[in-house]
Design a protein around this ligand. Sequence first.
Ligand code: AMO
Length: 432
Amino acid sequence: MERIFTKDLKNKIGEKVLLKGHLHKVRDLGGLCFGVLRDKDGIVQITTEDKNSVLLKLKRESVIEVTGEVKICEKAPNGIEVYLDSATCLVEVKEDLPFEIDKPEINANLDTVLNFRSISLRNLRNRSIFKIQAVLLKAFRDYFVKNDFVEINTSKLSGHATEGGTTVFKVEYFDRFAYLAQSPQFYKQMMVGVFERVFETNFVYRAEEHNTSRHLNEYMSLDVEMGYIQSATDIMKLEEGFLKHAIEMLKNECTEDFERLKIDFAIIPDSGIPIIRFDEAQKILDEKYGQHCYGDPDFEPEHEKLLGKYAKEELGSDFIFISNYPTVKRPMYTMIDPDNKEFTFGFDLLFKGLEITSGAQREHRYEELVNNMKNKGLNPDDFEDYLNQFKYGLPPHGGFAIGLERLTAQLLNISNVRETTLLPRDLDRLTP
Ligand code: AMO
């Protein structure tokens, strides 16, 4: 008999089948034994009246093979059971699990859940989180390929220490040191000169000592860069297009996962994601929420939360772009507004009150870029490789980057990005 999977059982009612998977749980009700088998797609109840069934002798997570008849059973998960003919143990588990994984949520603290990642990820809710994340990544690739972007993979090792902003990891590299990429920023801009439109999905590294629920030291950066733009609005519209596409794809491919997580799909209004200027946002925070932040160079996390609330309650959107960030807070590669040099053409995207994206129109003019560096106290000689390409002509361009773990967390109302990271790396954690 050929193996079939739990997702195909609904088309096999009345037929004999062979299934393989883990023994998710087992219950002995005297006369009846109910086991649950879990395979790559889901779970199914295995029912037997045999008091000597091997199922009753096995510990959870043992790897089993069963044959039996597929029947309708209203009380069983998904309304189907397999009435057992034979059960064989392929791999016997001898240890008790560190926590129960068959419940809707694991009842253990996050550290324990992460210490036993190979086990905690087998929980159906956790599997759904990462299935959704995989579909987000697929949607990103799908959307940008369809829009004529070329996928690139740029080096994560560099001889240069920084592109400005965050701290980088220093690693031994033969007889000298190298630095781990904090973002593919310089390389994606370089590739605009080659392909005009590029995207990249890769891990990036930040040596930030932030032990918060939204910071990781290794995260998946979804990067985009596009040439021949008119303004930063083109880039914001591009990101909106991707998000709409991603939500559609999730609706098609992950309905069951969203139901399991009891989450509604994120909302983008028909009029599009609202865009408000940084200084306007500060006025709103001041006038509406009593936050006296007008003139500050950046938002506090609390301000972002309030702007998320404002977007939801006043504008009917889970997302809001904040445009025209102050020059002091944006990297030197951001184009400065020529009409008001205190502000740039840089933006952030907030999703349910958390920053998930930074982006901008870039400075593509050599002299202006050198000036920006000097004004930020940077030495242009340290950026020779980066600057060279501007001597040879780069078109006006812009782009953005989304943190995949943050996007997933906000989509699923999960409060800590470690839960949306398969193997998180933070101040205290380098294993498993
Ligand atoms: P930025 O540094 O703002 O911009 O990062 C872009 C997005 O990446 C995510 N992110 C993080 N996620 C988890 N842990 C972290 N420590 C962390 N740091 C950042 C966030 C953030 O919005 N080069 C620019 C992008 C660009 O302009 O194209 C950059 O990297 O979701």
